[in-house]
Design a protein around this ligand. Structure first.
Ligand code: WTA
Length: 637
């Protein structure tokens, strides 16, 4: 018997799925009516594969739907309980948020920002990040938020690609008690980007900074801005944001999301998955620099006029009790986090969470990576005290919102630890083989989405061709997310990790190609291949195999240090390999292609499989023996 947990929240809406199954287009048409539109649409879906445009002809505004609609009845209601890493707190009502967003919209207008202009935001987790995003949305500017842990090179690439003329940053941000000097990173990034006109600098840490001619202080601009600013009616497919994410090619992809479809998807999934009620206190631990923070921090909770907690710092700072302390302090009812965070909390032991009052919790969620069943059970028992359903939500930057998840706000179905259960209503998902045929139950295959959905990306910024190629070329008219999955006899989906060269380290997406091209750009390196190995805490960690140029004699600690620094500077600290292995050659095919499959098998202790195309067997033995040594030393540590 499979392990199941019959726990829900008492909701039993059978109608919603029925309507969705009978006609997904008219189903989403009905859902879209939950939002406030300036003008209605003429066509619900314009589907010219691979381009979907939802609610064509309708006009809408994301800032209006998150703020204006709540004024009056909810002006006094708390929108954000903000908790600083150093223990500071701020309580921001819907009324105050509204006022600040309107003012900041006028700040942007005063700098000549027009509809469709891109604005890069590089801020720590402070309410001003949300204010900046909603202000862009209000006037129709397209925001592109860059995670505040990224290096100047990564930011430069993103500013350049999006041609952002305005950057919003802060003097610094707090992380583990230290100040990260964000403004300096931006100064470096824009050194030769002449098209950048203004840098708005929020004074967060009050660190001394040198202002250049392009810099303007957030407070100076806000002091003189008017608080009258109507939301701009925008076409439903107006680009709300670009969010860069790693893929299988060297360059990060600019995932472009629209407005009307995206908001419809968020509104619906937030209601179905989280069963959101007016009295709830929602807490999602994701940084807004990633998609979870965009969808389920900056937008979805506000669409529902919900109260949420926003936390600035590291989850275990100053100690392992920080999360539980926040949950208790604010009476959190819904908690949404990652398997990586849970694995860390679990390692700290039960005594810590057990010493806090977590009785307000009624629903728990996870996102970003497969959750190990034992961690699921721990979450259920120790945190949820066996009374909270757990929603394991599968989705991607590209999908905009959840596509697979238990939906306790809609229905009560048995939960199985490690399974995301069923697709959301209105989304048709299959597990198929190489030829696109459905595989048998409990057989590993590729996950595909067979119809468009409203939160779907519009395209990749400036690259329709790549969009078509990456997601729509493996199978005809089916979206290919790049994940392995299986479906069990009950139709439950089990996500089995990436099928491509994308790694998930601590839930963050890292493209192997991006990392390899960084390593290879070091003068002493001839070739490199990176792969992921399972890790107890982070799910997966990066191992880099490096072949040096023939004139470089022996690898040494110094070279290893140089490479690690280079990776931190060029890509970001999250991509730092756990280990760099110097080898004399990499396993290649006769035609010279690196056989990553072999590396992956070795790194994961799996059978190597067919090696008939291998050019030189000695390369495999060398990689294998280097790898064995490393595994031993990792175990020792
Ligand atoms: C993985 C994060 C298993 C998956 C929202 C996907 C998951 C990638 C889950 C997208 C889950 C996300 N179970 N795997 N519940 N959620 N993934 O773009 O491999 O950062 O393709 O979006 O994360 O990562 P992204």
């Amino acid at each position: 018997m499979a392990e199941t947990y019959d726990i829900g929240l008492g909701n039993t809406d059978l109608e919603t799925r029925k309507q969705a199954d009978s006609d997904f287009v008219s189903f989403w048409d009905t859902q879209a009516k939950n939002l406030s539109w300036f003008s209605s649409w003429d066509k619900t879906l314009d589907w010219k594969p691979p381009f979907a445009r939802w609610f064509v002809g309708g006009t809408i505004n994301a800032s209006f739907n998150t703020l204006d609609v709540h004024q009056g009845a909810k002006s006094e209601k708390t929108a954000i309980f903000w908790e600083g890493e150093n223990g500071e707190s701020r309580v921001i009502s819907y009324g105050e948020l509204f006022l600040k967003v309107k003012k900041f919209s006028n700040v942007l207008k005063s700098l000549d920002v027009k509809k469709g202009d891109r604005i890069t935001i590089y801020l720590p987790m402070v309410p001003e990040l949300i204010i900046a995003m909603l202000a862009c949305a209000r006037i129709g500017a397209t925001h592109t938020v860059v995670f505040s842990g990224f290096s100047s090179t990564s930011i430069k690439d993103r500013i350049y690609d999006s041609k952002s003329e305005i950057i919003i940053t802060a003097d610094g941000g707090f992380r583990r008690g230290k100040i990260v000097e964000l403004k300096n990173v931006i100064d470096d990034a824009i050194t030769d980007l002449d098209f950048v006109k203004h840098v708005i600098v929020l004074e967060r840490t009050k660190t001394p900074i040198t202002l250049t001619l392009k810099d303007k202080l957030w407070s100076d601009l806000m002091d003189i801005a008017s608080d009258v600013c109507d939301a701009e009616p925008l076409p439903s497919d107006h680009p709300l944001y670009i969010l860069y994410t790693s893929g299988t090619t060297g360059k990060p992809k600019g995932v472009l999301h629209g407005t009307g479809g995206y908001l419809t998807h968020l509104y619906s999934t937030f209601k179905w998955a989280f069963d959101i009620k007016d009295s709830d206190v929602f807490f999602c631990t994701a940084d807004i620099g990633w998609v979870t923070g965009h969808s389920y921090v900056a937008y979805a909770p506000f669409l529902h006029g919900a109260t949420q907690v926003m936390y600035e710092g590291a989850p275990d700072f100053p100690d392992a009790s920080r999360m539980w302390d926040i949950l208790q302090k604010y009476g959190v009812t819904i908690f949404y986090t990652t398997p990586t965070a849970l694995r860390m909390f679990m390692k700290f032991g039960d005594d810590i969470p057990n010493s806090f009052d977590l009785s307000t919790l009624r629903l728990l969620g996870t996102v970003g990576e497969p959750i190990n069943p034992e961690v699921w059970r721990w979450y259920f028992k120790t945190i949820g005290k066996e009374k909270c359903p757990i929603i394991d939500t599968w989705w991607q930057t590209e999908t905009g919102g959840m596509l697979i998840s238990p939906l306790p706000g809609l229905e009560t179905i048995p939960l199985k630890p490690g399974s995301g259960t069923l697709p959301i209503p209105g989304v048709n998902i299959s597990v198929v083989d190489e030829n696109g045929e459905d595989v048998l139950p409990n057989t590993k295959g590729y996950l595909v989405v067979k119809n468009p959905w409203p939160g779907m990306l519009l395209t990749l910024w400036g690259d329709d061709e790549k969009y078509q190629k990456v997601y729509w070329s493996k199978y005809t008219n089916c979206y290919y997310p790049g994940d392995y999955a299986k479906k069990d006899h009950d139709g439950y989906l089990w996500l089995l990790g990436r099928a491509d060269d994308v790694l998930k380290v601590a839930g963050h997406r890292i493209g192997t190609a991006e990392l390899e091209s960084c390593i290879v750009s070091h003068g002493d390196v001839a070739e490199s291949a990176v792969c992921g190995v399972p890790d107890e805490l982070k799910g997966e960690v990066v191992i880099a195999f490096v072949v040096l140029k023939h004139n470089v004699t022996t690898p040494n600690d110094d070279l290893e240090k140089q490479l690690l620094t280079k990776i931190r500077n060029d890509v970001g600290a999250i991509a730092t390999p756990k280990q760099i292995c110097f080898v004399s050659k990499l396993p290649k095919t006769r035609s010279g292609k690196i056989m990553r499959r072999l590396l992956k098998s070795i790194a994961n202790n799996e059978k190597i499989g067919d090696t008939s195309t291998l050019e030189d067997g000695a390369a495999v033995s060398e990689v294998q023996s280097v790898f064995d040594d490393i595994s031993k030393s990792l175990k020792k540590n």
